[in-house]
Design a protein around this ligand. Structure first.
Ligand code: SF4
Length: 401
């Protein structure tokens, strides 16, 4: 990306591309299937208009140091549209900046695009690189075609290797691959075979998510009707820990509950969410968190397009929430516990002006119990979950909110 990072505050910028070829059977994300070039064109123009509107409000305060183009399936957009979006970000946040005053070059900006392997070609990948994208995230989910079919994915396992090779050829040196476990018909062997195949490809980052049964999905309806057979909790836990062992042996550091990376390749954008840093979202349903205030854009695509095209804000005015100090402290602890670093009690005190141990003194016994049971550990100023604690992470984390 042209331009340099200035001394202004850092910002995570999230751009939502809500289109998919078809809806996967488990998908609860905000994404719409079955649209084509005409709407992609209209949507790109609307996104650029929304991002340009941020110029006046935010560019004097913030400079993005991470950009995440997520979805949906952003790789349905061709290189030209992604370039227009990137140009728009550049014009809104980076134009007119001279030499970096903190010595950082623009290459320090992490710019991710999410993709579906079957929608990637060498030409498209090269155009993305050219547009300034330097991190590719690919939704493989499994390397078993039977599982991919049952998930309702549009790609096959062979697409993953092909797209990965082309991405390397196009110059991507930072690639994430998403995998899933705990899905119908999947065995422990299936999970480990998929993880092994991906480790052999040597991506810099691997995410492994457990299936969530979200309302308004085909899987949820099937589960309610009793016809969806998913692995039970014990089997899920076996899958997760066996996969985690393989990833550790493969040299990947388990830095967040669902994320592993080679050293230095942790996803900086997602780390912002887990450490409550400011971020701004564009596109329908996109969330923002700016100086303690949370808000969200309208969900409906029609509403989003109408609002932006008629020069209005896409923020759902009812969505504004300003975290109370107590809520902010709870969210800080909750999200930090997702990471290997855990809660930095010193950072907590710096941020909130109060000692972590004083604020949570009524939970001191509980914390001690978790430590005694090997579910948490305290190291210096860090309080974190152990690998065993991850199994009951929801119970532990919810003690703080
Ligand atoms: S590709 Fe991703 S966003 Fe699109 S339907 Fe499938 S899971 Fe949902």
């Amino acid at each position: 990306m042209a331009g340099k990072i200035s001394m202004s505050e850092k910002l995570g910028l999230y751009i939502h591309i809500p289109f998919c070829e078809r809806k996967c059977r488990y998908c609860g994300f905000l994404s719409f299937p079955g649209f084509g070039e005409e709407l992609y064109e209209r949507y790109t123009a609307a996104l650029c208009k929304e991002i340009s509107g941020y110029n006046e409000k935010f560019s004097s305060i913030y400079t993005p140091d991470t950009i995440f183009i997520g979805g949906g399936t952003p790789s349905l957009l061709d290189g030209e549209k992604i370039k227009r979006i990137m140009d728009c970000i550049r014009d809104s946040f980076f134009s007119g900046q001279g030499a970096a005053d903190d010595g950082k070059s623009a290459d320090d900006i992490e710019v991710t695009i999410e993709s579906n392997p079957n929608s990637l070609t060498y030409e498209k990948l090269a155009a993305y690189r050219q547009a300034g994208i330097n991190r590719l995230s690919m939704g493989a989910q499994s390397m078993n075609d039977r599982i991919l079919d049952s998930l309702g994915r549009v790609h096959q396992s062979s697409d993953v290797g092909r797209a990965f090779e082309q991405a390397r050829k196009a110059g991507f040196e930072n690639i994430n691959i998403d995998l899933m476990f705990g899905v119908p018909e999947q065995t422990l062997k299936d999970v480990l075979e998929s993880v092994s195949s991906i480790i052999e490809m040597k991506p810099e980052h691997i995410s492994l998510y457990g299936l969530q049964l979200e309302e308004d999905t085909i899987f949820y309806e099937e589960y309610k009707s009793g016809i969806l057979d998913v692995p039970d909790e014990k089997e899920e836990s076996r899958m997760y820990h066996a996969a985690a062992d393989l990833l550790r042996q493969g040299g990947y550091d388990h830095y967040e509950i669902s994320n592993w990376a080679l050293s230095g390749y942790e996803c900086r954008h997602n780390l912002k969410y887990w450490s409550m840093k400011d971020y701004l979202g564009a596109g329908p349903g996109a969330h923002s968190y700016i100086k303690g205030s949370r808000s969200k854009n309208v969900d409906r695509l029609d509403d989003y397009l109408d609002l932006i095209e008629s020069g209005r804000s896409a923020t759902d005015q009812r969505s504004y929430v300003f975290d109370s100090k107590e809520d902010a402290m709870g969210i800080f602890v909750f999200t930090a516990l997702r990471t290997r670093q855990g809660v930095d009690t010193r950072a907590f005190e710096e941020r909130f002006g109060e000692s972590f141990f004083r604020v949570y003194k009524d939970r001191a016994e509980l914390i001690k119990k978790y430590i005694d049971e090997g579910l948490m550990f305290l190291s210096g100023s860090r309080l974190a979950l152990t690998e065993q604690g991850i199994d009951v992470s929801n119970d532990i984390m919810s003690e703080f909110v």
